[in-house]
Structure formats: structure tokens, C-alpha cells
Design a protein around this ligand. Sequence first.
Ligand SMILES: Nc1nc2c(ncn2[C@@H]2O[C@H](COP(=O)(O)OP(=O)(O)OP(=O)(O)O)[C@@H](O)[C@H]2O)c(=O)[nH]1
Length: 314
Amino acid sequence: MMLNNGCLCCTVRGDLVRMIIELVNTKRDLFDHILIETTGLANPAPIIETFYMEEELAPHVRLDGVLTLVDSKHAPQHLDEKKPAGVVNEAVQQIAYADRILLNKIDLVGEKDLEVLQGRIKSINEIARMKPSKYGEVDLDYVLGIGGFDLERIEKDIMGDKASKDSDHGHDHVCDSTCNHEGHDHHHHHEKHGEHGEHGHQTHSKHHHHHHVHDSGVGSVSIVCEGTLDLDKINMWLGNLLSQNADDIYRCKGVLSVDGIEQRYVFQAVHALFEGGTDRDWGADEKRVNKLVFIGKKLEREALEKGFKECLLK
Ligand SMILES: Nc1nc2c(ncn2[C@@H]2O[C@H](COP(=O)(O)OP(=O)(O)OP(=O)(O)O)[C@@H](O)[C@H]2O)c(=O)[nH]1
């Protein structure tokens, strides 16, 4: 089925809803997944938002994830395309919203160029998993059943391999990204990254934080900080942050330790659309480490860290 109007926002939303409802009504039980392929120029946000804003869809379908197919050969030139002030180029945007990235046509680029490209992608979207491919050959599991919006998967998504690496290290720091220690304030720009997960964290050991800002102004900021949050303060801070920066915060995910709640509080948001709840209990000996990742435009790490830190119990 084809959506022909080629437009974004509300028009697509209406058409998309009608098309999905039609599929559900005519072919129910005949499909397991629906793949929506956008044009190369599409902003993924209105499509993602459709699944959260259109109540008609909720009983029938749920959004599994956003997969971005990158043409490794031509991506650099698209990422470099300059747009008028305030307009983010589409290639950057499609990477920023992705849960998974398929780095295709790797046979057409050298290893070095591929590494640089991976670094650039990671500087935009630090949490999307990336996989190189030729002719789009990839296990179906990589592209279906992503669970990019599932609250149960938040921790895995935001920490990836880091979760186990960090706990293996047994870090005993109270707070790493919001601490005021001198000398730990390093910024990564990931010019030479390998695969996701091989993030060089061992070398940065204790106090790492990330502040990735791409030329387009789109990047990721993560906060990893042990401590317990005041419920009212974190509620207020996160609520205000997401509503006041609704256009600029594309996606965010987090696991929080909140005073008076025995379970971990997990959340994810797409612009101002927020979804959160408790998941498992904190372990008796488990360090209560808060982890948040923001992907968006004009993110100010210092301000985010400061705001977050003010929500911690003194
Ligand atoms: N060398 C090489 N060629 C590829 C690979 N994947 C696809 N192609 C070729 O690239 C050409 C264009 O395909 P794509 O870039 O995938 O085109 P597309 O973006 O799907 O096209 P539209 O959906 O119509 O925009 C075709 O001839 C493919 O066979 C790859 O991994 N390596």
C-alpha cells in the first residue's frame, strides 16, 4: 500500500491511521508485522507520534521500532548537507530517531571511512545499535521485534554492553556525570569508533559522561549518576524539560531511582510524549544508579546535569 500525498505531519497521520485500520480489518491474522517505509526525505517523528496519539490504533498495533538504513557510500555527503538555519537535514534526523541502524553497502567503502562514518552516527545517536551489511543482508531478528519503545528494554537500550562492563568494574563513585571533580570533564567526539558497545569505557573508567554534538546541533547527552531522586522534583524537572523543549528533544530514555519507590522507574519519551512506569525491584545490594539518555538538538549537557542533580536527595 502506498501513501501518495508525500507530505508530513497531520496529513500522513490521518492516511496512515486509515491504512493500518484497513489492513487490520481486511487482513487480520494474516500478518505479524507491518513495515512502513518512508521516503528518504521523511522526518520519522510524525510517524512515531501517530502510534501514541491516535487512540484508534492502540487496540490493534504497537510501534516496534525505527530502523534506519544507511548507504555507507553516500551517507557522508548527505550528513554534510547544509540546510537553512534551524532546519535539521534529513539524514541526521533519520539517524537521531533510530533504534537500529543498518550500515549498508559496506563493500563500497574502505575500513577507515566506515569507522569515521560509524563515529559520526554515534555522535548523533549514541544508543542505536549499528550493524554493517552488504545488499541489506541481515537477520530478520535485527529488524523485527526491536522493542525500541518497550519500557522493559530501556536499561538494555541505554546501557547496552556498558551495563555489564560498569557493574563488572564495581565502580564505587557516587556520581559520575554530575560530579564536580576536576579533570573528569572530557568530551568524546568518537572519530574512530568501532561497533556499538566498544565504546572505550575501560579507558575512561570511573567518571565518564557523554556529550555528543554533531555539526547540525543534533547529538546525544547521557547522564549516569548514583543516588536517589526526590519524586516531586524529578517529576517537575522532567515534565518541564520535555514540555519546554518539546521540539528539540527527539527521544529520551531513562532508569531512575526514586525516593519511596522500591522499584526502578523506567521511562521513554518522543518529544513531549512521555511514557513511564515501575519495573523490577532494586536489588538489596544493588547500587541505585540513575541513567538517562537524551537525543536531540541544542542539548546543553551542563544545564541537563545541573537540573538533574538538583533533583537528588541531599
Ligand atoms: N555494491 C552494493 N550495491 C548495493 C548494496 N545494496 C544495494 N545495492 C545496489 O544499489 C542500487 C540502488 O539500491 P538502493 O540504494 O538500495 O536503492 P533504494 O534507496 O532502495 O531505492 P529507492 O527505495 O527507490 O529510493 C541497486 O542497484 C542495488 O543493487 C550493497 O550493499 N552493495
